[in-house]
Write a protein that binds this ligand. Structure first.
Ligand code: SF4
Length: 229
């Protein structure tokens, strides 16, 4: 299989009944501001080149963001914040991410998530996280030949990603290293792979100043440097 095959396959997954119901209900009811949109309402594939050296792992699509537009980190404030920072450090072709036809390209970078369907309250259950793990495993397995660095946005992604890397050939320390903003690991095994932690680009983190643009740029600059971008 290739990454485009995987991206196509994930969009028809219906393995989590609660998330299937929610993503479709949100798509049917919409938010007033987007009533003219045909919501995507399905699982969202990763976005970025198939030979990416840098991976960015978030949490899950936002109900009126990627669940509406069908593209990761597209159409909501979290996506705007992340893509502006990627642009500022030279990893995105433009500072905004509004819809799939907006021309955005990422340089050597692929954005993905451990859970591909929008969850209620942005909170997937542990069992939904474990069910969706197969998709992230398959994606990272295909990216492995070129992947050098992964940025994880938030503790949920950190908890989800490390076991996945362990299952596809990297050596993950035990006990599992603790998540934090600026946390950095170098894994061996399948290749040398660096994992960097950043606070999530959620509206709450941004509005409270827990995550500032400078803090995110600092992690992304380190990520780009270590990925050779
Ligand atoms: Fe499938 Fe993942 Fe969506 Fe569950 S969250 S239905 S496993 S794509």
């Amino acid at each position: 299989d290739t990454l485009p095959d995987l991206d196509a396959a994930v969009t028809s997954c219906r393995a989590c009944p609660r998330l299937v119901a929610w993503r479709e209900e949100v798509a049917a009811t919409k938010r007033a501001a987007f009533r003219d949109w045909t919501y995507w309402g399905r699982p969202v594939p990763g976005f970025g080149p198939a030979d990416a050296a840098l991976g960015i792992v978030g949490l899950a699509p936002a109900a009126h963001g990627a669940n509406r537009t069908g593209r990761m980190f597209t159409g909501d404030p979290s996506g705007d914040f992340l893509v502006k920072a990627l642009y500022d450090v030279g990893l995105a072709s433009q500072p905004t991410s509004t819809h799939p036809g907006d021309g955005l390209e990422l340089r050597g970078t692929r954005m993905t998530a451990p859970v591909r369907c929008a969850p209620p309250q942005n909170k997937p259950t542990p069992s939904e996280r474990d069910t969706c793990r197969t998709w992230l495993e398959a994606e990272l397995d295909l990216l492995a030949p070129t992947l050098r660095t992964v940025v994880v946005l938030g503790a949920f992604g950190w908890q989800a990603l490390l076991p996945v890397l362990g299952r596809i050939g990297w050596v993950v320390p035990s006990p599992r290293p603790v998540f934090g903003h600026g946390a950095e690991l170098v894994l061996s095994g399948r290749s040398e792979l660096r994992v960097l932690g950043s606070y999530h680009v959620s509206q709450r983190n941004v509005q409270t100043g827990r995550l500032t643009p400078a803090m995110l740029r600092s992690v992304l600059t380190r990520a780009g440097d270590t990925a050779g971008l």
